[in-house]
Design a protein around this ligand. Structure first.
Ligand code: SF4
Length: 352
């Protein structure tokens, strides 16, 4: 969906810009050293924008020192106290995330808008299903997509009354269907960029599935300009997951590994081979599809779309390119040869 563009520091959001990846630190922001360390890990993992919690004036003030030490834009996350938002904008935050509904009326929201206008930074209106205004809950009988969108529109309208339109909106709930429906509803008539994600997804496989279902459904429909995959885990894991998700949806380049599910024809230890190839290609900055297949008879054909691949035979296997065999190797050599070939190093040339 076409949205207008805002800029969070050097990162554009909306207006056709690539979907950016966000995460949030879980350090105390007042602890500049720990926060900077974590942001650097997030940057290295491929995070485009990092949000920090700002629960105190000390945390708001710490943003200046944090920003001096990192390259990614820093977003200040504020609840309840508008003065923290004003202080964070003055300290150099690249965006302010508030829920205007919980910072105490129009006067306070206006003060935040003025501070953000003076600093030239956008505001994210963050609507969370768990903190909807009571009248809306009563009107809609609970947390519904319609209630969330009405809340977002009312809050955007408030900022617009102050002449402030440097806005991004997020509508997150812990339920996949509610989150998807709310964002679809919000995307139809509005042109503010959307920050998408699922809140309180939890950890482990079920969290990954919930987040992938919600974010995937929206991105496939062209909805969503920036995302956070919220996990109860190391924030770096959020970034890795988001990158994988964007890659499988064709929205980011990188190494895409496909593998056969194995069957009665599998003649090698495919699970180990897969893990070895995956580890060897992790972090490689190359737009390529690599196949790891279980038998040399059907594997190359089944993975003909892959750029490179290996297929196992009995104690030996083949290396193939676009479905055509290019070398025959002992099983123990397969992973190393494939990794070398994809990484374009000399071992790859040697084995050919
Ligand atoms: S590639 Fe071979 S081993 Fe793998 S699923 Fe297909 S037929 Fe079975």
């Amino acid at each position: 969906m076409a949205t207008r563009r805002i800029n969070v520091g050097s990162v554009p959001i909306g207006g056709g810009a690539p979907v950016s990846i966000q995460s949030m630190t879980n350090t105390r922001t007042e602890d500049v050293h720990a926060t900077v360390e974590q942001i650097k890990r997030l940057e290295k993992a491929g995070c485009d924008i990092v949000r920090v919690a700002v629960p105190t004036m000390e945390a708001a003030g710490a943003i200046r020192a944090v920003k001096d030490a990192v390259s990614v834009p820093v977003v200040a996350d504020i609840h309840f106290d508008y003065r923290l938002a004003v202080a964070a904008a003055e300290a150099g935050a690249d965006k302010i995330r508030i829920n205007p509904g919980n910072i105490g009326g129009e006067k306070n929201v206006r003060a935040v808008a003025e501070a953000c206008r003076a600093a030239g930074v956008p505001i994210r209106i963050g609507i969370n299903g768990g903190s909807l205004e009571k009248p809306l809950l009563a009107k809609y009988g609970g947390v519904t997509p319609e209630a969330m969108v009405e809340s977002a529109r009312a809050q955007a309208a408030m900022l617009e009354r102050f002449g402030f339109e440097n806005i991004c909106i997020s509508l997150t709930a812990s339920d996949v269907r509610t989150t998807v429906a709310a964002n679809r509803l919000a995307a139809a008539p509005a042109d503010y960029p959307l920050h998408i994600g699922l809140t309180e997804a939890g950890a482990g496989d079920s969290a990954l599935m919930k987040a992938s279902a919600a974010v995937g459904a929206l991105l496939i429909d062209g909805i969503g300009d920036t995302l956070r995959v919220s996990l109860t885990d190391d924030p770096v894991k959020e970034v890795e997951t988001a990158r994988k998700l964007l890659r499988v949806l064709g929205l980011r380049g990188g190494v895409n590994i496909v593998a056969c599910p194995t069957c009665g024809r599998t003649q090698i230890d495919l699970f180990s081979l897969y893990r070895e190839v995956e580890a060897g290609l992790a972090g490689l900055d190359r737009d390529v599809t690599v196949a790891v297949m279980g038998c040399a008879v059907n594997g190359p054909g089944e993975a003909a779309e892959a750029d490179y691949g290996v297929a196992g035979g009995r104690e030996w296997g083949i290396l193939f390119k676009k479905g055509r065999e290019i070398a025959r190797l002992p099983e123990s050599e397969l992973a190393r040869a494939l990794i070398a070939l994809v990484s374009e190093d000399t071992y790859g040339e040697k084995v050919l």
